[in-house]
Design a protein. Structure first.
Length: 216
């Protein structure tokens, strides 16, 4: 934007190349795009995840890697491992964010826009940014609250089914946001309802105000 604030909307993590669904190709396209958007000198960044259908959890941290110059633990994952005891899980495995070696990164203030249409990998990115060393503010509504990768099985008749069997835990206190979703720091108007009515995007206006206040 004219004042040096960046705006990046991400609608999902995957499907960037219709001719090649491989992770490597999607990762390369995401990196190329981030190098064009997240550059030194940004006054701040508004990251819009309000309409994000999720996708690959491996792609989402690539965004966080562009927004830090220090490594940190984003969250920890654990899976249920006892069919008779729902309270038993594997040992939590930390997921780390490593600063990208690319010189195109930003450590300025970030405002993350979220809502009920922020799903899965969009939520894990939101959760990763909670731990970001530099100032990050979440604005909007709670995310959907559906984090887990899917455990897939095939029944004897050939039918397939999947169910979530993992938890994503905050590194400080082991909290999970399943069901309730990740709450915003600043609650703003419902984006979907505002767009349908053609009214002012109140969360975006709040994000700009936050970025400009912190950048002064």
């Amino acid at each position: 934007m004219p004042d040096g604030t960046g705006y990046l909307r991400i609608s999902g993590f995957g499907g960037y190349d219709g001719n090649s669904p491989t992770y490597a190709r999607n990762s390369a396209i995401l990196e190329q795009t981030l190098s064009q958007v997240i550059r030194p000198g940004l006054r701040g960044l508004v990251l819009d995840l309000r309409i994000n259908g999720g996708g690959s959890d491996a792609l989402a941290p690539q965004v966080a890697e562009r927004l830090t110059d220090r490594a940190y633990v984003a969250y920890a994952k654990r899976a249920r491992n006892d069919p008779t005891d729902p309270g038993r899980h594997t040992r939590p495995q930390p997921v780390r964010v490593q600063p990208t070696p690319d010189r195109f990164r930003s450590t300025g203030p970030v405002a993350v826009l979220t809502g009920g249409e922020t799903y899965s990998a969009g939520e894990t990115l939101t959760q990763a940014l909670i731990q970001r060393p530099a100032r990050t503010v979440r604005i909007g509504q709670n995310t959907q609250g559906v984090f887990s990768d899917v455990l897939e099985r095939i029944l004897p008749n050939g039918w397939t089914f999947g169910l979530p069997n993992e938890e994503y835990l905050t590194p400080s206190d082991g909290k999970t946001f399943d069901g309730e979703g990740i709450p915003p720091d600043i609650r703003a108007g419902n984006f979907v309802q505002e767009i349908a009515k053609g009214t002012h995007d109140s969360a975006f206006a709040q994000a700009l105000a936050v970025i400009r206040c912190q950048a002064e």
